[in-house]
Write a protein that binds this ligand. Structure first.
Ligand code: HEM
Length: 469
């Protein structure tokens, strides 16, 4: 019996797990997720208490289970013999990844009751109602970005998907947006910290030094901002955080800094992925672009849900057993890390018919797990959805006849944060910003010609229609 009382990985699944981390898998990790789903539960190694789930029901069950913690101090792998930082006390467990800061974790990596108190402070800024008030600002930003597209070199990521979310979240937080690239490059470096290298291989993700630098620079930036807002409060998130008491305990300056940094990172990397995935997919589905122009109010939300399901911007989350537990018949000893392949669960045939097919009319798309579930359900879901709905609507309205450039799509190196690194596009031009957002029925729109001569809609898929995929 292995030391942790669990079966060891079979050689074939060990190769699959390494494959998930491999750069060659970035364009299409889905066959690997399917292999894990077929072999679930997959234990990673004899001396590493890590189990991987990819089925819809198992991922759901873990996300909803209060014994499954998001606090790394409950994870034995952060204290495993081969992990850097081994032998440190449990309180210092985040030191296991040299790139993970020693300072306090954000509320994403905290359990209730502290999680509840901290989340409650940030929540009012991200309710559907609060977010709807941002619509005019986001629409303006999208139009500014489309106005600035160079006629001879169009790239969906550089022109729209990448700059939009960082600018929006900086404005929401009240952070100077003079140089969005400064935040973007640092939070992109930090994004690799959540890639499951420690879980799968027992080593930290690549470039720990780069992440440490990014962490220090962002930390210093937000600490300066906290000092400024403490001296002179404004009507922004940092001032509100500093002025708030979190339950019985006051919020420390360091917690305000960590919360702001979480909102900045979580608030844009994933949304970049969602918009970029959409700008890659939509030109391959002219019928969906036409529907977006015809009826954006109905089509845009449906497109966003199906994109989230079909190609989750955040592919994987971790949980750690704070006590012995069971997941769908599998005994999970205390201290085990559970790796949940959310993107795989979204393509589980037992939950979604013809799951590998993108179908903007899929009735059950919104059952996806791409925003998580339970205690840590994405706080920014309404904002992410709104940005993507407006971006896709405007793309359909203003960009004439968009076509992908031949050749494979280049993806970012990240494993968890998924999205194309660049998306060269051919188009028939970009219409002016006077193009109405709300089109009167019957008026001509961008791409009308293309749509009438374009590809016929593919076979319908999903439970609403009975045609097979
Ligand atoms: C469309 C894009 C987005 C996707 C796919 C996404 C996905 C997720 C997922 C899967 C989680 C749960 C993580 C876990 O359970 O471990 C999460 C949590 C979170 N997200 Fe998002 N997110 C998106 C956009 C945003 C935006 C725009 C914000 C803006 C503030 C945001 C803020 C957060 C926060 C603060 C958490 C932590 C919640 C908690 O721990 O209670 N996200 N997100």
């Amino acid at each position: 019996m292995p030391p942790h009382g669990h079966p060891t990985a079979r050689p074939d699944t060990a190769g699959t797990l390494r494959g998930i981390l491999a750069p060659e898998s970035r364009p299409d990790p889905y066959p690997l997720y399917r292999e894990i789903l077929a072999a679930e539960p997959v234990w990673v190694a004899r001396d590493r208490p890590v189990v991987v789930f990819a089925s819809y029901e198992a991922c759901r069950a873990v996300l909803r289970d209060p014994r499954a913690s998001n606090d790394r101090r409950h994870a034995l792998i952060h204290r495993a013999p081969e992990a850097p930082g081994a032998g440190r006390p449990a309180e210092d467990a985040t030191a296991a990844d040299p790139a993970v800061p020693l300072e306090i974790p954000s509320f994403l990596f905290t359990d209730p009751p502290r999680h509840t108190a901290l989340r409650r402070i940030a929540a009012p800024g991200f309710t559907p109602r609060a977010v709807r008030r941002l619509t005019p600002m986001i629409k303006d930003l999208i139009d500014d970005l489309l106005d600035a597209v160079a006629p001879d070199r169009k790239d969906g990521v550089a022109d729209l998907a990448s700059p939009l979310p960082v600018t929006v979240i900086c404005r929401v937080l009240g952070v100077d947006t003079g140089d969005p690239d400064w935040y973007r490059t640092r939070s992109s470096l930090l994004g690799r910290a959540v890639d499951p290298y420690l879980a799968f291989l027992g080593v930290p993700p690549p470039d720990p030094a780069g992440r440490r630098r990014a962490e220090d620079e962002l930390g210093a930036f937000f600490r300066r901002l906290a000092a400024e807002r403490r001296a002179e409060p404004r009507d922004d998130m940092m001032s509100r955080l500093l002025a708030t008491q979190a339950g019985e305990d006051p919020l420390t300056d360091e917690e305000a800094v960590t919360t702001c940094r979480l909102l900045l990172n979580a608030g844009h990397e994933t949304t970049v992925g969602l918009i970029a995935n959409g700008l890659r997919t939509l030109p391959r589905h002219p019928e969906t672009l036409a529907a977006l122009r015809e009826d954006p109010a109905t089509t845009a939300p449906a497109v966003v849900e199906e994109l989230l399901r079909h190609d989750a911007p955040l592919q994987i989350v971790h949980r750690h057993a704070r006590q012995d537990m069971e997941v769908r018949g599998t005994r999970i000893p205390r201290g085990t890390t559970m790796v949940l392949l959310l993107a795989g669960a979204n393509r589980d045939e037992s939950a979604f018919a013809c799951p590998h097919r993108f179908d903007a009319e899929r009735a059950e798309a919104s059952r996806h797990l791409s925003f998580g579930l339970g205690t840590h359900y994405c706080l920014g879901a309404p904002l992410g959805r709104l940005e993507a709905e407006l971006a896709f609507t405007r793309f359909a309205q203003r960009v004439v006849d968009p076509r992908p450039v031949d050749g494979p799509t280049r993806y970012r190196p990240h494993v968890v944060l998924r999205g194309p690194a660049s998306l060269p596009l051919r188009t028939g031009g970009v219409l002016g910003r006077d193009t109405p957002w709300d089109r009167p029925p019957g008026s001509p729109t961008a791409g009308t010609d293309t749509v009438s001569g374009g590809a016929a809609p593919g076979p319908r898929c999903g439970r609403r229609s009975r045609r097979s995929c």
